[in-house]
Design a protein around this ligand. Structure first.
Ligand code: GTR
Length: 352
């Protein structure tokens, strides 16, 4: 990225902060997330002090967004439990790169820790794609019973051969479609260009609905909506609000198709270089930060929904018959997955 473009991105971010922050209740709208495009702003290297081990944790969200609050709680616990010997510095706003490149850097050991969404993790192991199967999880309780049980552990474990230690899951609510044109039912999505995460299951899903998937970095979505390069995207209440996408795509089709959670990761190279005692601190701190993040999520999700409703966005809840139609339409995704990972879907369905 050229210096002038980078300067312009920073200028835009500052402009948004100055103009939009006042009057925004407790939660912050970050609008175009200009820094999220993987246009790294030279992040300072951590400086170890007094023999302390210092690590970097990458996140593509802004300072007070719930996953980043979870990261910080994790970092706080690690520092406290190690008596200050381990320090994790959280780098928000994608300053260390977009999600896909952060995942690759974690695999190589260039970044020590990261919080990313589970959808792009299918590039490490396609088994994670089970978390992106529309309507597999009946509700949030069902998802969390799976994530906090043996299947959740098994999925984290499957990242190991890819050089990643999966530490914990964070909440990310349910994703729904939002568009610039009215969509009242599932056939309204036909032929629309819908931005998707860089993740095969999402592209397959959109194609089966008769729409065109447009894989884009998260940070590019705002500009693409603005330039009419896409007709819509899909995400949870908090993302829809915080990114400011709700100002450009006014129709939220509340279909809650997936609940793909966030994942806290470590580079296996980093973890394996540490003594057992430190590994244990990292593992337990990650798990113990989950409750805190889930609480922060609940509050933010509710506040975001309120702000969106107040803004006059048009919200249409999916009908039961449309839900059934989607379930029938996506049967090939389930079949493909079932062939590869026998019983996994059944075991998830059987989980209370
Ligand atoms: C959000 C998630 C981000 C990113 C984004 C996306 O819900 O928190 O990490 O994955 O979705 O759609 O790209």
């Amino acid at each position: 990225m050229s210096k002038s473009k980078k300067g312009f991105s920073i200028f835009l971010s500052i402009l948004y902060i100055v103009i939009l922050l006042p009057g925004c209740g407790n939660i912050r709208e970050v609008a175009d997330l200009a820094t999220q495009t993987g246009n790294e702003i030279n992040a300072p290297e951590p400086k170890p002090e007094n023999g302390q081990l210092v690590f970097r944790l990458a996140d593509n969200w802004s300072e007070d967004y719930p996953p980043v609050l979870g990261d910080k709680e994790f970092a706080r616990l690690v520092e406290e439990r190690s008596g200050g010997k381990l320090k994790i510095i959280v780098y928000p706003d994608a300053v260390l790169g977009d999600e896909q490149s952060v995942i690759e850097q974690v695999q190589l050991g260039g970044i020590d820790f990261a919080r990313v969404n589970s959808a792009p993790l299918v590039s490490v192991d396609s088994k994670l794609g089970v978390l992106c199967l529309p309507y597999l999880f009946r509700n949030s309780d069902h998802l969390w019973n799976v994530l906090l049980g043996p299947i959740g552990d098994e999925l984290l474990e499957s990242l190991k051969p890819g050089g990643i230690s999966g530490l914990a899951y964070y909440d990310s609510g349910a994703r729904s479609f939002y568009t610039k044109v009215p969509v009242n039912n599932i056939s309204g999505l036909k032929d629309l260009r819908i931005r998707v995460q860089q993740s095969d299951p999402f592209s397959s899903f959109i194609k089966l609905l008769g729409a065109t998937p447009v894989p884009l970095n998260f940070g590019d979505v705002y500009n693409s909506l603005q330039k009419d390069e896409i007709d819509g995207a899909e995400n949870n209440w908090s993302s829809y609000y915080t990114t400011g996408h709700y100002r450009l795509a006014r129709y939220y089709f509340l279909d809650e198709h997936t609940r793909n959670p966030e994942v806290l990761l470590a580079s296996s190279k980093v973890i394996e270089s540490l003594p057992e005692e430190y590994r244990e601190i990292i593992t337990s701190s990650a798990r113990d930060s989950v409750e805190f993040q889930r609480e922060a999520w609940k509050t933010n999700e509710k506040e975001s929904e309120d702000m969106i409703r107040k803004s006059g966005a048009i919200i249409t809840k999916i009908s039961d018959s449309d839900k059934e139609l989607i379930q029938k339409t996506i049967a090939p995704m389930y079949e493909k997955f079932d062939k590869e990972y026998k019983n996994l879907i059944e075991r998830i369905k059987d989980t209370k």
